[in-house]
Design a binder for this molecule. Structure first.
Ligand SMILES: CC(C)(COP(=O)(O)OP(=O)(O)OC[C@H]1O[C@@H](n2cnc3c(N)ncnc32)[C@H](O)[C@@H]1OP(=O)(O)O)[C@@H](O)C(=O)NCCC(=O)NCCS
Length: 181
């Protein structure tokens, strides 16, 4: 079967929302959990738009909260597909908050979600191939390849590493812990 190819631009999604007092945490800033739910929504929309299928969140790979968001700021969240596998897609998401009085914009969050396309029966579906049209898109694709390799390496390490060995327990001495086993 011939695979179709789609541009990164065809996956672009953007939402803007004014931050209300009801979204705050105990310190008066916007609650991280609220931002996470917006990230999940936009990742779903971006992956579904690109794949043309229903998508589920397989993993939230990185969520970097870089700056706090204040009540009254206009938050804009942008997402696009950074990487495609067979049925999986890595969605890169950028969150900016704008002070609507001054127009000053700050970069508040960068996140990466892995989404998987599904058919009606819940089987994983092949997603379109990705057309990389500029150096930014190529760089993001390579970053995802690296991220996937690091994740595999970590999983392998977890399987093979003997954390009960004398050497392993000895190496814990440099950390802020007290071993009481
Ligand atoms: C994510 C899920 C679809 C993977 O199912 P699976 O049976 O392992 O599917 P497969 O082995 O065929 O993997 C499908 C793809 O997902 C990728 N994948 C699976 N688990 C992954 C993970 N934890 N992180 C990143 N990618 C993952 C695989 O690498 C594969 O990618 P590819 O098709 O591009 O090569 C399945 O575990 C699931 O449905 N999880 C629940 C999803 C959900 O409910 N999300 C909402 C959370 S509240």
């Amino acid at each position: 079967m011939n695979r179709t190819f789609k541009t990164v631009a065809s996956s672009n999604i953007r939402i803007s929302e004014l931050m209300l007092p009801s979204h705050t945490n105990f310190s008066g800033k916007i609650h991280g959990g609220y931002i996470l739910s917006l990230l999940d929504q936009i990742a779903f929309a971006c992956a579904s738009k690109f794949s043309g299928n229903y998508c589920v969140t397989a993993s939230v790979d990185t969520v970097n909260f870089l700056k706090p968001i204040e009540v009254g700021e206009l938050v804009t969240i942008k997402a696009c597909v950074n990487y495609v596998g067979n049925s999986s897609m890595i969605i890169g998401i950028r969150v900016e908050a704008e002070n609507i009085q001054t127009g000053k914009i700050k970069h508040c969050n960068s996140s990466y979600f892995t989404m998987v396309a599904k058919d009606k029966e819940g089987n994983s579906m092949l997603v379109p191939g990705l057309i990389l049209s500029n150096n930014y898109e190529v760089r993001r694709f390579f970053n995802c390849i690296k991220q996937i390799a690091l994740k595999k390496e970590k999983d392998l390490h977890e399987e093979e590493f003997d954390y009960t060995s004398e050497e392993a327990l000895e190496s814990l001495k440099k950390y802020n812990i007290k071993l009481e086993i």
